[in-house]
Write a protein that binds this ligand. Sequence first.
Ligand code: PMP
Length: 410
Amino acid sequence: MNPGTVAAACKATTLFEWVAQDGYTPLEIVSAEGSAFRTADGRRVLDFASQLVVTNLGHSLEPIHRRVYEASRELSYVTPLAATRQRAELGARLAAFTPDHLTKFFFANSGTEANNDAIRIARAVTGRRHILYRGRSYHGSHGPAAMSSDDDRRRLWEQEPTYSVPFRAGSGVVRDDVAAFRWAVEALGPRGIAAAVIEAVPGGSGVLVPADGYLAGIAEVCREHGILLICDEVLTGFGRTGRRFAFEHWDLRPDLVTMGKALSAGVAPIAAVAVSAEIAERFGDTPLGCGHTFSAHPLTAVAASAALDEYERTNAVERAAKLGEVLGRGLHTVAGSSDAVVRVRSIGMLGALELTEAEVTRLKHWHQRLLDAGVYVIAKGANLIVAPPLVIDRTELDEGLATMARVLAG
Ligand code: PMP
């Protein structure tokens, strides 16, 4: 197929959200290397989004590809009911990568599935049904994960009665208020609440770094009432915020942690639920009814193990912490020279430029102008969200930030 006709062919024969958007032409990406990709019209674009915050290790993933290829010569697919070396290795690898209290892992294919599985496990273990979720968070596209998300388009088509209740109004007011959480728990009746599901740093809604004491306060109320704490690290996991997982900035000890996106650095679709030793013990023989045909597929398991090795080899997490300071400073410089930006939020290699009320309607305009100038970011809600690869080199990071400053000043 000729470059240039691909976008039209995609629109003609495949479904994605953009099919409903008249006049929208999807960006045609033909190849990618390091921290950049190439478009069909031959342009090199800096990937300041790591696609959808997936390619934390950039696009040159030869060591992972090689391991997957070698593994494929031994085994491609076997039932998840079988024990495989690939799955055992990934379990051990994740146990080494995650905080010590997380001892068991349950595999899925997407962040949505992982969150739905985590909610299911929490319900099975507690015998309770309700889920409290943090307003302005996103946990998935369907099922209880969607019902626990601030995304009306996802909630609209869900038929199940909702047992999910937000604990902060999604009115746009950022208010990290433990009292509001306590009130929601008491109003709902703590003995009916299975879990609170949170993004420690809601990413898609604009990198909402919590106020000090907020998450610890929530964790304490949960502990008081036997409510399990699920931390959704689908977007923030694997070094993105300068720690392995965002909840580690605030020393939380979640009962369940979900992860996806960057787990295999984008090589294969894989997600996981990490479970504390206590929870693993409590669910013992409880029939959970989780599990998927492709759970811990041997090749995706190898991709994830190899990615975890690459995170270590490249010191990605430490790099993210260091480069994150450059990114934070750079975004403040961008904002300082732009009338379009009202606020900057960032943590590690994840940042957001919030546009002024007057400019929010022109979010797509700014996104396109940045793309035309060679920097790809995520446009969502009121924010331009940036998440460059953790392994980006300093020159490219500076180059991208300088471009952003130039474009947003104009
Ligand atoms: N949780 C969070 C925090 C996410 O950002 C996302 C995806 N953007 C999901 C869950 C859902 O993941 P998936 O799209 O893989 O189902």
